[in-house]
Design a protein around this ligand. Structure first.
Ligand SMILES: *Cc1c(COP(=O)(O)O)cnc(C)c1O
Length: 439
């Protein structure tokens, strides 16, 4: 058989796998009842047997995380055109760099640019595709550290109201160190930073400063007031990084856009695409206004690599997957209005879910539901009651949610960020919860 025939057989089988899994999403248990350890790798069994092995030993134990009722963490699905484009990226197998004789890097650059405007960023924002918001936060923190070293010859201190854990990871990797994180008070009953407390904290500190603002805090979907935070940064001469992993999508919706007013004043911005853009893992964009500093950190100059503005000089990776293609495809197919419709629908679903929970006597811990996340708890306080309710929801197969602690109270998070979630899914989850034995 020719290699072409081999590809055809393998990809036809992949297509059958995809059809089977994707068509099971609406009805398969959202997470399996039990998950065994994966069996040892069956080496050298050939293609047909390997597919058969996967179908038997792996597929039944997958989560339905691309499906409509997986509400854990902040999890996007993958639209049909995004899955197709992702397959094509593998078939094309381009290493996205300017030196490899391909248009891929140019298409990536134009995709980064095409998203900047809908996200409310201006011409100062340069960006690259990276594997996720964690990697984007790493690029931002490394760039800001370089700025601090250059401006003040010292490591920066990082101020944040409710920083995502990946910020602390980035601080550790970049040598800033986790201990240089200064938590700033949040507004009463919220997870948004108190701008006055921020101003005071910055004024009390001598060295170079980074402020990490949240556009979409992961427990509640709350937003820092970016205009006020940017004012405080300007006063204190601080670098402003905005982690908008999922919340930056508020910029697409006219009724939510005010939440990210001031975003263009940020020195660096993180946005995940494998969450609300609903492209497959892994995909995010790191935007900064200082590609010159980024390059000082990430440049990989070498006689064989050349010196032009190549992505490999701006991010941790050298060889890079063509992950821009799926994002390009979604924007090409749906347009920003189409994406904005998911944002609006998911936020409406979150509000409806919160209202339904209240009717069932549960407590909504972020009562104003600022975006797409509902944090809630059983009437009985404490981790035991929370765990019992969360365990029962996840065991039902009708939904999957994840735990949190909000303002000291153990709770459950439900995050709506899937393009295929319908209002009927919300009703179904509420019916499931209503039917659970009450603690
Ligand atoms: C999800 C998330 C991250 C981390 O993103 P990954 O894509 O998992 O690397 C960082 N910040 C916020 C606010 C997030 O929601």
């Amino acid at each position: 058989m020719s290699p072409t025939d081999d590809y055809r057989i393998a990809l036809d089988e992949a297509r059958r796998f995809a059809d089977r899994f994707l068509s099971s999403l609406p009805e398969r248990p959202v997470v399996p009842g039990s998950i065994p350890a994966a069996p040892p790798v069956p080496e050298g069994i050939g293609q047909a047997a390997a597919f058969e092995f996967l179908a038997r030993h792996v597929e039944p134990f997958l989560s339905a995380s691309p499906g409509p009722r997986y509400l854990g963490f902040v999890t996007g699905g993958a639209t049909p055109e995004a899955v197709a484009a992702d397959w094509i990226s593998s078939a094309w197998d381009q290493n996205v760099s300017n030196h490899v004789g391909s248009i891929a890097a140019s298409l990536e650059a134009s995709t980064v640019k095409a998203f900047a405007q809908p996200f409310g960023l201006d011409d100062r924002a340069h960006g690259q595709f990276v594997s996720g918001a964690t990697a984007a936060n790493l690029v931002a923190m490394a760039t800001a550290r370089q700025w601090a070293q250059q401006e003040a010859g010292a490591l920066p201190t990082v101020f944040a109201g409710a920083a995502h854990s990946s910020i602390l990871k980035a601080m550790a990797i970049t040598g800033i160190g986790r201990q240089r994180h200064v938590p700033v008070a949040t507004l009463a009953g919220r997870t948004a930073v108190d701008p006055d407390a921020l101003r005071i904290a910055l004024a009390g500190h001598a060295g170079p400063k980074i402020v990490v603002a949240s556009a979409g805090e992961v427990n509640t979907g709350d937003f820092d007031d970016l205009e006020k935070v940017a004012d405080a940064c300007r006063e204190a001469g601080a670098w402003l990084h905005v982690d908008g992993a999922f919340g930056l999508f508020a910029a697409l919706d006219p009724s939510l856009r005010h939440r990210v007013a001031g975003i263009a004043r940020a020195d660096s911005v993180t946005v995940d695409l494998h969450k609300w853009l609903n492209v497959p893992y892994d995909s995010a964009i790191a935007y900064t206004t200082r590609p010159d500093l980024q390059r000082q950190v990430f440049a990989a100059s070498s006689a064989y690599l050349g010196d032009d503005p190549d992505p490999l000089h701006y991010t941790p990776e050298n060889s890079r997957r063509f992950r821009a293609l799926a994002a390009w495809m979604v924007l090409a197919v749906r347009g920003r209005e189409g994406i904005a419709q998911w944002v609006a629908a998911n936020c409406r679903q979150a509000r409806a879910f919160a209202a339904g929970l209240r009717q069932l006597g549960l407590v909504v811990l972020n009562p104003d539901v600022p975006l797409n996340i509902v944090a809630f708890a059983p009437a009985a306080e404490g981790a035991a009651a929370r765990d019992a309710l969360l365990g029962a929801i996840n065991a039902s197969g009708a939904a999957f949610m994840t735990p949190t602690v909000l303002h000291g109270r153990p709770g459950i998070r439900a995050a709506f960020s899937n393009w295929s979630t319908t209002d009927a899914d919300v009703a179904r989850i509420l019916e499931t919860i209503a039917a659970l034995p009450r603690a």
